[in-house]
Write a protein that binds this ligand. Structure first.
Ligand code: IPE
Ligand code: IPE
Ligand code: MG
Length: 255
């Protein structure tokens, strides 16, 4: 019998175009080993490398990783500082590998909250990988949906006030142009690790019709076989978008 995480069981013609991941459980993983929380974050970077590589190999278009939420700024200072340094250090070190693999780094979130050195390092990495045409690696950094939606509402109100936008012309498509994800398709699959069953302010609008996959595995243990298992599970689902199963059987192009 084949394992459920066997790469050969993935239907390459029905891959999600965009996978979003809430990388959770680093702290608990470290605590279980009698280690400091930062040890968990360090090991989480290995999972990031493996999953980015796995998505690039499969030909996934977009991978969004929730790396740091708006709410995470409220963590103890030593953890916030440690995480920022780790993020900047990792991004700097990975740029040559990203370029070698044709991966474009992108970022969503309130960059103005990041320390100055993080902002400039991030901008450099975004610029240096901007011509790559393979996987789009979207880092959600200092990101939260409520921040994003409030920001969008402010900009919409400004444009309406300035006469650039007719309120009656606002549609779903127009609204999406004001979001941080404006040229990124909605995720078909959202994965959260560590046995937590919540969204924690991540892509609330964009996840409207995403398939959600929860696993007890903590992020530092989440590797390619776990990714394959999530994709195989996703491919076994029927995405109905409000329609009936019978309607979909008559039009099997939707998946
Ligand atoms: C996820 O792991 C990483 C970030 C939120 C930055 P956590 O640090 O939340 O780990 P747990 O959930 O406390 O185990
Ligand atoms: C969500 O994880 C944010 C990231 C993974 C970056 P948290 O660990 O911060 O979420 P809560 O606090 O358990 O909801
Ligand atoms: Mg957590």
């Amino acid at each position: 019998m084949q394992e459920s995480n066997d790469l050969s069981r993935i239907d390459k013609n029905r891959l999600p175009r965009h996978i979003a991941i809430i990388m959770d459980g680093n702290g608990r993983w470290a605590k279980e080993k009698g280690q400091d929380r930062l040890f968990g974050h360090f090991n989480g970077v290995e999972s990031v490398r493996d999953i980015v590589e796995g998505c690039a190999e499969l030909g996934i278009g977009f991978l969004t990783l929730y790396a740091f939420s708006t709410e995470n700024w409220d963590r103890p200072e030593y953890e916030v500082t440690g995480l920022m340094e780790l993020l900047v250090d990792t991004i700097r070190k990975e740029v040559p590998t990203l370029n070698k693999n044709n991966i474009r780094l992108r970022a969503i979130g309130d960059k103005s909250m990041l320390p100055a050195y993080a902002q400039s390092e991030l901008q450099e990495a975004l610029d240096e990988t901007s011509a790559n045409t393979g996987l789009n690696l979207v880092m959600a950094l200092s990101y939260s949906s409520r921040w994003e939606l409030v920001h969008a509402a402010q900009q919409i109100a400004r444009d309406a006030k300035d006469g650039k936008l007719d309120p009656e012309s606002i549609t779903h498509e127009v609204l999406t142009q004001y979001l941080a994800t404006k040229d990124i398709p909605d995720p078909e699959l959202m994965i959260r690790t560590s046995g937590e069953y919540r969204i924690s302010n991540f892509l609330l609008y964009q996840l409207a019709y995403s398939e959600l996959y929860f696993t007890d595995t903590c992020w530092p243990d989440f590797r390619k076989p776990n990714l394959y298992a999530a994709i195989i599970d996703y491919q076994g689902r029927e995405r109905r978008f409000g329609k009936t199963s019978e309607q979909l059987q008559q039009n099997p192009t939707i998946h």
